[in-house]
Ligand binder design. Structure first.
Ligand code: 5RP
Length: 226
């Protein structure tokens, strides 16, 4: 058990209120959070609905018998919870290792609150120190988009399946994912906008707005970036 991760999750559970419709991102943190949510529902008899950002999260919810809803039924969610690959003291985040960044960004935009939960090993001074920028791209436009990103100074790779799949991995939206390294990102908002201006880019993993709070778990406690 990663205690720092668990301490962030434990704090995030305090935001849960009976009757909420909750967006859930993707990844190991979210999976652990769902397990704790199930315990909370069983203990307190509360009624919650969930909108998953990925097939992974959907299957986890379905397996545990939790109520699955959609943005069609609930165009504005009460609150969403997510993990991240890297966060910084300025309240920026890099996301997308799990290839769910586009739908996660949608949840962040269409929720009254968007909470990120991470362990302290993912906290840096400025994002880009530890993680790369994930970029979802339309397969048809992969090579020209890569060329544009390289011209912007990035090291770019097409994400491959490695042991689990030969060739590029496919997102839940049927697209490819690029991993772009820009080094330390001084102006995340500007970079995010520049990336999204490249025709063929679906979305990038720089989260620079809509984050209500980042809960950073430590071995014994947590801190919040608000
Ligand atoms: C998926 C994500 C995840 O939130 C991020 O990769 C963190 O994953 P984990 O909780 O497994 O460390 O952005 O697209």
């Amino acid at each position: 058990m990663n205690e720092a991760k668990f301490n962030a999750i434990k704090e995030a559970l305090k935001y849960i209120k009976d009757g909420q419709i909750i967006g859930l991102g993707s990844g190991s943190t979210v999976e652990l959070f769902i397990e704790e949510l199930r315990k909370k529902i069983a203990e307190e008899g509360i009624y919650l609905g969930f909108v998953p950002a990925s097939s992974m999260t959907y299957l986890k919810l379905a397996t545990l018998g939790l109520r699955i809803e959609s943005l069609d039924s609930y165009p504005e969610l009460d609150i969403s919870f997510d993990g991240a690959d890297e966060v910084d003291e300025r309240k920026f985040a890099l996301k997308g290792r799990g290839a769910a960044l586009f739908r996660e960004k949608i949840l962040s935009k269409y929720s009254k609150k968007y909470i990120i939960m991470v362990e302290d090993s993912k906290l840096s001074h400025k994002i880009g120190e530890k993680a790369k920028v994930s970029i979802e791209v339309l397969p048809f436009a992969t090579r020209p988009v890569m060329a544009r990103l390289k011209a912007m100074g990035a090291n770019v790779e097409l994400r491959n399946g490695e042991r689990i799949k030969d060739g590029p991995i496919i997102s839940d939206n049927g697209n490819y994912i690029l991993d772009a390294s820009f080094g330390i990102i001084e102006d995340p908002k500007k970079l995010a906008q520049e990336i999204n201006e490249i025709t063929g880019v679906i979305e990038n993993g720089i989260f620079y707005e809509n984050i209500s709070e980042i809960i950073v778990g430590t071995k014994d406690s947590f801190k919040k970036i608000v």
